[in-house]
Design a protein around this ligand. Structure first.
Ligand code: ADP
Ligand code: MG
Length: 615
């Protein structure tokens, strides 16, 4: 049965490509790393069609001589290591010698290169893995790699590609990471002739952050540094007035390589403990320098994760460096009252500042992260100061009369008891089944209601009514939240500012492709402003419908209603079931959810009789 066979080079390369080249941004990353390893001082990246049509990276680095060019494209051919032991002292970004071979296997690749000594360049073309002979060509010293039609011969990969904007966002992120790691190199990035980044040299790290993420964030940065023997940590962390809903803005670099490291992210979180609301994460741009033999960079296909020999020590060093700095930094000076804070909100900016003063003056927790409970509480930041104002419209609660709100503590799992049912109007007697359908009796049989579809319809009607009468509740954010979008998304969002304003979504430009959310519809309390904006951006930039066929406002209303509604799978307590059913009669079209699906099905008594053969 089993017949063992050697795989062809082409198959081997495709498998390797599968690991290393996930999307166009992976090509950008690999080519950039090669250019950096070649000692380039300027690197120009051109992307077309999200990177599927073209990724071109041109550098002014050392170049490759004509006779070496075929080797550069061969598998497991590298100039960066010689023997296995070298793996423990890798000082270049690449070392596996498989990136170019992998990329060439799944694209049409042209490489032109010229060393400083050579008086002409050399060119090599590879189509889906088969190479031409090296030919002379005219080109400046350095290397230009052009990758066209990525994944043209791997249709499966192609299927996983997202929209042009999304793919471009990943490429832009790849450039940003390396540009942050290498402030001494001039980077440019163009997409379809539009300049996305131009990051000249002479810029320090702070300037680079400013160009990539806006002045506001750059101004909030706090320098930290610490040395412990040969291990050095240095870079910037943001003032706690700037934070994100995820850890994406935690840029960590190890010897110039961008890495992700859970332990170091945790150290960051610890350093900010008490300074950020739960669910918020610090922003950081930190370089770690250490002897290459103290870290294994060969544990992850794209080398994103690494293994430190002394992980615990580095954790403590980072934590101590930031805490020490915070102790001597007047964090209060930077927490400016946001314009969106209600002037007479008693828990507003003033309180926030004095809380921070108190925090900063208090003794800091020791480096031992396992704090005794009692001590810890001293440092617990009074989060109420950062919290948003109470939300009036929170999913079901939003539309709930007060009488029901009082019953909300009924345990979700409680079966409806006698007392519950006695409080309920008899016609709303219903049973939730499978956490998604409500079953109740109707005049001529039984009614099965889809809880999500009905709630969505109810919310949609109410939302539309409020928008039309201009009575929509907007929730102002105490601290406006910057959200990074793709260039196209940011443009679409800002163009639709007025329309979004009608929906209670308040946005402002924030530099680059970042948009600041300063208010959002109160009924969307369960959604983070960033998620909301991404959804909105998605609707605005297409949402899967042709531009003529759409009524943008209506689409957005549907989207919001859908997001705010209870979901299939949400367990409802008896009071919630009652309330939802009572609203059924308030909506214009209770039979269909906004997507046009039915909200309820009737099984008539005669139908049931027939099925039970009662006749
Ligand atoms: P690796 O970077 O792991 O060595 P690659 O497949 O990315 O493997 O590149 C293979 C070799 O080609 C490199 O080791 C390097 O010698 C050469 N090379 C690739 N890109 C460049 C470039 N832009 N400038 C100079 N040399 C390059
Ligand atoms: Mg490489």
């Amino acid at each position: 049965m089993s017949h063992i066979q050697r795989l062809s080079t082409s198959v081997v390369n495709k498998i390797a490509a599968g690991e290393v080249i996930e999307r166009p941004a992976s090509v950008v990353k690999e080519l950039l790393e090669n250019a950096i390893d070649a000692g380039a001082s300027r690197i120009d990246v051109t992307v077309e069609g999200g990177g599927v049509e073209l990724v071109r990276v041109a550098d002014d680095g050392a170049g490759i001589s004509a006779d070496q060019l075929p080797l550069a494209l061969a598998t497991h051919a590298t100039s960066k290591i010689r023997e296995a032991d070298d793996l423990f002292r890798v000082s270049t970004l690449g070392f596996r010698g498989e990136a170019l071979a992998s990329i060439a296997e799944i694209s049409r690749l042209v490489i032109r290169s010229r060393t400083a000594e050579a008086d002409a360049g050399a060119e090599l073309r590879v189509n889906g893995g088969s190479a031409t002979d090296v030919a002379p060509c005219g080109c400046p010293p350095g290397t230009i790699v052009e990758v066209r039609n990525l994944f043209y011969n791997t249709p499966v990969r192609q299927k996983f590609l997202r929209t042009t904007q999304t793919e471009m966002g990943h490429s832009s992120e790849a450039v940003a990471r390396l540009a942050l790691a290498q402030p001494q190199i001039h980077f440019t990035l163009k997409h379809n002739a539009r300049v996305i980044h131009d990051l000249p040299t002479g810029d320090g790290l702070r300037d680079r952050v400013a160009r990539l993420f806006g002045e506001d964030l750059a101004e909030s940065l706090i320098w930290v540094e610490s040395s412990d023997g040969p291990v050095r940590v240095s870079g910037y962390v943001a003032n706690p007035s700037h934070s994100r809903a995820n850890t994406k803005m935690q840029y960590l670099f190890l010897n110039g390589r961008h890495i992700r490291d859970r332990s170091l992210q945790h150290a960051l979180g610890e350093a900010y403990r008490g300074l950020l609301l739960s669910g918020r994460f610090p922003i950081a741009f930190l370089q770690l320098q250490m002897p290459p033999e103290q870290v294994d960079v060969n544990v992850h296909p794209t080398k994103l994760e690494v293994r430190f020999q002394e992980a615990g020590k580095i954790y403590s060093q980072l934590l101590a460096a930031i805490r020490g700095k915070f102790l001597t930094t007047d964090l209060t000076a930077r927490v400016e009252p946001s314009s969106s804070i209600d002037a007479d909100d008693p828990r507003g900016a003033g309180q926030m500042q004095s809380d921070l003063v108190q925090w900063a003056r208090g003794a800091l927790p020791s480096d031992d992260s396992a704090q005794p409970q009692a001590e810890q509480s001293r440092f617990d930041f009074p989060t109420s100061a950062f919290e948003r104002q109470p939300l009036q419209l929170n999913r079901l609660d939003r539309a709930w009369p007060d009488r029901v709100a009082g019953q909300r503590n009924v345990a979700a799992d409680d079966a409806p008891s006698e007392t519950d049912s006695s409080q309920r109007p008899p016609d709303h007697h219903a049973l939730q089944v499978q956490n998604r359908y409500l079953i109740t009796e109707c005049e001529d049989g039984i009614l099965v209601i889809d809880q999500h579809a009905l709630h969505e319809r109810v919310l949609y009607e109410q939302l539309r009514e409020k928008v039309l009468s201009g009575k929509l509740d907007t929730q102002k954010l105490l601290v406006p939240e910057p959200v990074d979008l793709s260039a196209a998304e940011a443009a679409a969002v800002l163009e639709s500012r007025e329309l979004l304003g009608q929906l209670g979504i308040e946005v402002e430009p924030f530099g680059g492709d970042t948009v600041l959310v300063s208010g959002y519809p109160a009924m969307l309390a369960n959604m983070s402003p960033a998620d909301l904006l991404r959804q909105v951006a998605d609707q605005l930039t297409g949402g899967g419908r042709s531009p003529e066929a759409r009524d943008l406002l209506d689409d957005l209303l549907h989207m919001i209603a859908c997001k705010a509604a209870i979901k299939a799978g949400d367990r409802l307590n008896p009071a919630e079931v009652t309330e939802l059913l009572s609203q059924r009669h308030l909506v214009d079209d209770p039979h269909h959810c906004p997507h046009g699906r039915p909200t309820a099905l009737v099984f008539s008594r005669s139908e049931l009789d027939r099925r039970f053969q009662r006749k």
